[in-house]
Unconditional design. Structure first.
Length: 227
């Protein structure tokens, strides 16, 4: 079945350009230029992924992201015209999966859409049936996508789980931010890597009771430091 992408932006030329490139790849594309219209389409059409501008009439992108995350794990790529880290950080903290800064290369948008949908839509493989991974009081069940700390389940989002699993499968190994983007997000990325930092911060907050800690290796990246 064809995946549906909802483009939300009040600049028609951006909608037209992104739609052209996404439709070339076989996606079904719908659009909205107003935040309230976008929210209605999200609720009624249930798209597979949202490309969401922050600055919108009616309802801004932050509020749309907040409302979507209250109900579902639907993938969101945020668009921002600002070169200000705070916009990106706030968007990621609200639950966006990724962001692009305008002006953006439509080929990069397509690559990121593909990567996110590939990660969430991949069929179960033998690798997903690997046995439970246990490190002190942390247990990870890859096939069930379940994480437990002190035998209590911890609710992690898609990318948070994949990020933790990548680190836990290689305890003590230092991953650069670029490597984690490749392994977890599924694409090579030359540029800002704040996406990884924000997701690591989320993991640390949710896994405060975890005995192995996610350690920052300054100037390099992150590793899971076991007792």
């Amino acid at each position: 079945m064809t995946d549906t992408i909802l483009l939300v932006d009040d600049e028609q030329h951006i909608i037209d350009l992104a739609k052209m490139y996404l439709e070339r790849e076989g996606y079904n594309v719908t659009s909205a230029a107003d935040g309230l219209i976008a929210l209605d389409k999200i609720l009624n059409d249930n798209p597979n992924l949202i490309v969401l501008d922050l600055m919108l009439p009616g309802l801004d992108g932050w509020e749309i992201c907040r409302r979507v995350r209250a109900e579902s794990d639907m993938p969101i790529i945020m668009l921002t015209a600002r070169n200000d880290d705070i916009d990106k950080i706030v968007g990621l903290e609200l639950g966006a999966d990724d962001y692009l800064t305008k002006p953006f290369n439509p080929r990069e948008l397509v690559a990121r859409v593909k990567a996110i949908l590939r990660r969430i839509g991949r069929p179960l493989t033998l690798g997903d049936n690997k046995p439970t991974l246990t490190i002190t009081n942390l247990s990870i069940h890859p096939g069930k996508r379940l994480v437990m700390v002190n035998n209590q389940p911890v609710d992690l989002r898609l990318k948070e789980f994949d990020l933790l699993l990548a680190l836990a499968e290689n305890p003590g190994v230092v991953f650069s931010r670029e490597k984690l983007l490749d392994v977890v997000w599924g694409f090579d990325f030359a540029g800002e890597t704040r996406t990884v930092d924000v997701h690591i911060a989320h993991l640390r907050h949710k896994l405060k009771a975890m005995r192995p800690i996610i350690e920052t290796v300054w100037g390099v990246g992150y590793k899971l430091d076991t007792p």
